[in-house]
Write a protein that binds this ligand. Sequence first.
Ligand code: OXD
Length: 305
Amino acid sequence: MSPEGWRDALSRSFAAAGLDAEVQPWNGQPIGARYAVVWLPPADLFAAEKELRAVFNLGAGVDALLARGVVPEQLPIVRLVDAGMAAEIAEYVCFAIARIARGLDRFAPPPHGLREWSSAQISDETPRVGVLGLGAMGAAILEAVARFGYPVAGWSRSPRKIAGVETFAGAAELDAFLARTQILVDALPLTLETQNLLDRRAFAQMPEGAHVINVGRGGTIVDEDLLAALDEGHLASATLDVFRVEPLPAGHPFWAHPKVTVTPHIAAPTPYGPAAEQIAAGLKRLEQGMPVRDLPGYVDRSAGY
Ligand code: OXD
């Protein structure tokens, strides 16, 4: 992410929103900033900028920001909600699902593809897709996948109703959700509750030959348990865009595993324009006196998102 790119996009959006605001990349010297727009900021920023009223996070996930522990407790954090990323992530997931359900890897270029004229469907059955996490991302994924006719269900921490979708909630309903899910899409934020949620026990609830797609956070999956479930043949594949440690270390077994596709956290890059517009709209409301708690994306630190 380029600070200059963000400065330009934010300046444009602030001007369009009629805000008289100056945007400056932070270079270590105090500038008396009223708001900070950050991605993994240094602790020095908060030591130097004493007049901050709120922090805008340049991403939907705040796990890494909260884990750094640099944002003073009393300073509110606002994260992005969708901001153009939900459509991107839904596109990525639909592609990953089509690749599985329609066996697209059969047609890969040499040396891996079959190179034969075989239009046979890999299965007559349309796989049941389950989305873990029903925030802005999860909801957009569900909607997109359902449009292609896949039977879909969603699971969230607390009960949610979505028209035409079977929903499950809380720890008590997780196993039933996993048991009906042949392609699992993990779109969870990383919180104390979701950390290591998908472990050996959880994978064992899923049907034989199921697939896992992770576009949420790496820490929600226990890597060793996923590898074991793949090696034992219980799970058929994993498509992973997010990892416990990023960049994924060179020697990590995911890189070489024949059933694992690794992409480098590219499912939903934060788009400058829509993100800057959302920040401008939020900042304007704050300047007009709206309580920060009422802003979409206000982070409840106790929930972790
Ligand atoms: C985000 C991400 O948090 O890109 O927005 O992972």
